[in-house]
Write a protein that binds this ligand. Structure first.
Ligand SMILES: C[S@@+](CC[C@H](N)C(=O)[O-])C[C@H]1O[C@@H](n2cnc3c(N)ncnc32)[C@H](O)[C@@H]1O
Length: 209
């Protein structure tokens, strides 16, 4: 079992509502007549189930079996089922040019920089031409920046619970544009909010293959 299984067992990330920027993205997908959508790092499935309800042909993938079990339960409570796979984002178990769209929400930065490069190359491979993706990156303005032990430039492993052992890579705009150089960036913005006096800061990128 992974660290992520422990986190899901402890009841974290059990949110039910989809992200606002996922809801906005689904409108763009409908305009484009997109059908097949991958929720990469779907967790307990709040965005996954939103896409299912909206009528997309949805696939989910996560490294945590516990998270996938929760996602499956939520889906079956509403009478839905979709293909869920237990795999690592750096090696996607899908054929090339399969998806119209991929969302990767609060996931891709749980990696080293090299791991992020691999995951982005996999997103590129498995998207159809002109396919869209929505990716969320951690910003260096986040309160979490520099928390824990640094293992390389911009990458930290947390040393305190509740995220002890969890890896985070923090990016700036320049680095993200470089990581996404194989794509066309349709929109990129900083999303920030304060919670309990702490600044949460993420870059949200909508990209096209
Ligand atoms: C912060 S949660 C976000 C979950 C979901 N996307 C959401 O917005 O509710 C991060 C997720 O990434 C998954 N994850 C972490 N590392 C992964 C990896 N290497 N491959 C696939 N999934 C991973 C975790 O299991 C967890 O479900």
């Amino acid at each position: 079992l992974t660290k992520w299984d422990d986190i899901f067992k402890a009841g974290s990330f059990g949110l039910k509502e989809p992200d606002k920027f996922v809801v906005d993205f689904s409108r763009v997908l409908k305009e484009r007549k997109a059908k097949t959508v991958l929720d990469l790092g779907c967790g307990a499935g709040r965005n996954l189930i939103f896409f299912v309800r909206e009528g997309f042909d949805v696939y989910g993938l996560d490294i945590s079996k516990v998270a996938l079990r929760k996602a499956k339960e939520t889906l079956s409570q509403e009478g839905f089922s979709t293909e869920l796979k237990n795999a690592d984002m750096t090696a996607l178990p899908y054929i090339s040019e399969f998806f119209d769209a991929i969302v990767c929400i609060y996931v891709i930065y749980h990696n080293t920089l090299e791991g992020m490069r691999k995951a982005i190359a996999e997103i590129h491979r498995s998207l159809k031409k002109k396919g869209l993706a929505l990716l969320v990156f951690q910003s260096r303005r986040s309160w979490k920046y520099r928390l824990g032990k640094q293992i390389e430039q911009g990458t930290f492993v947390q040393t305190e619970e509740p995220e002890k052992g969890v890896i985070h890579h923090f990016s700036d705009e320049h680095e993200i544009k470089h990581l996404l150089s194989e794509f066309r960036i349709l929109d990129m913005k900083l999303d920030e909010f304060e919670f309990k006096g702490r600044l949460h800061s993420h870059w949200i990128a909508m990209i096209e293959k």
